[in-house]
Design a protein around this ligand. Sequence first.
Ligand SMILES: *Cc1c(COP(=O)(O)O)cnc(C)c1O
Length: 473
Amino acid sequence: MQYISTRGGTIGHYSDILVEGLAPNGGLAVPERMPQIGGDLERWRSLSYSELATEVIGLFATEIPRDDLARLCRAAYDPAKYASDRAVPLTDIGDGMTLVGLSEGPTLAFKDMAMQFLGEALEYVLATLGDVLNVLGATSGDTGSAAEHALRGRDRISVFMLSPQGRMSPFQRAQMYSLHDDNIHNIAVEGVFDDCQHLVKSLAEDLAFKREHHIGAVNSINFGRISAQIVYYVWAWLRVTDDVPAEKRDGFEVSFAVPSGNFGNILSGLYARLMGLPVRKLVLATNENNVLDEFFRTGRYRPRSAADTLATSSPSMDVSRASNLERFVFDLLGRDPERTAAAWAALAAEGEFDLSSEQERFADEFGIVSGTSSHQDRLDTIRAFAKSNGVVLDPHTADGAKVARDHVEPGVPMLVLETAKPEKFSDTISEALGSPVEPDAETQALLDAPQRVTKLPNDERRLRDLIEELALR
Ligand SMILES: *Cc1c(COP(=O)(O)O)cnc(C)c1O
């Protein structure tokens, strides 16, 4: 399988795009054609999560020998790493909805599901090439911890993760700063998340520096992550249809509700659908930062500046420029790189683009519908499910469940993706339920563990010096 850029041209194979989702011409890497599941679904029913991952990811990573890929997936989805022995459990939460438990991994957020695989795959590819990688990233919480827990202690990889000093939750801080592995460098920048991102961007744009120091990223446009996320859509469909009489399984439709920010998670759902998984609707939920909801309702894409992005109680969805949207637009526009490039040229020139002439196709052809949830909706939803089912949803998952409600149809299971555990966002849970989620022994030990972090002023020179000193070579 070859990978092409959404703005034209061939990039390479799966191994080539693991380190860099961005093509040299500014486009994103996508498979040259979407592989098809075909008759494989029933054959996959008896597989464990890691075996299913081998099958699904194998459709994209065609050049990695099957035995090697199976070994990487066994390590990534080793049940010992997940709180549930099935890795991804499904729980009926009433009102026609089922919770898909994607947050059973080491950092209690769905990002573990892809990052654990990416960690294995990167180490493997680098060993094959005899190369090293210094991962440079910025985080406001979940991405950084998932990346560090997936990459800690690995050969040939080190991590430089910038976070805004004093602006993460105690839990998120503990998850990152309690890691003492030699290859993990936590850097607390005097500034906000945008300052961190800006520093990363200016270094990443210095191509000579980047090449000299083997710098790469594991951010949400990384295609390795997108491909690994497809697995749990297939898994969830298989588990739901386990309870459906065999003669009705073929083509049995389910819908998914996806709390969204950078459009990475739901893009994987869209790819599963394009590969032939019987998905009826993909329900995109945003918080008050509802640029994507506006786009899916009107066809007009008007991203906001960082300054106009609100800090909400579902912080991992505080995104106003969805980095993966270009991959959807590419498929929408008949995989035409010129039309895709034209949309992004308009965006650069005018700050927006208008696809309202195509808007009806968003739902009709691609199944995507959308909605917005507010702080009050989150609190109400957390309260309602705690009362009716005793299930405590995290604030992001609550956004998903709130928007999902408007799209539940009789006879079509609505699968709500649980993107984090409530323990991570204890303040909002307290506000909703009157008491925080009591930390279990493990969480308390994490909060009490000694922390290590390097403080840095918001100064590009100082960051360069640090990387020059500590980077693998
Ligand atoms: C990252 C994240 C999201 C948003 O996912 P995207 O792939 O960026 O759309 C939602 N909820 C939580 C808890 C997250 O960490």
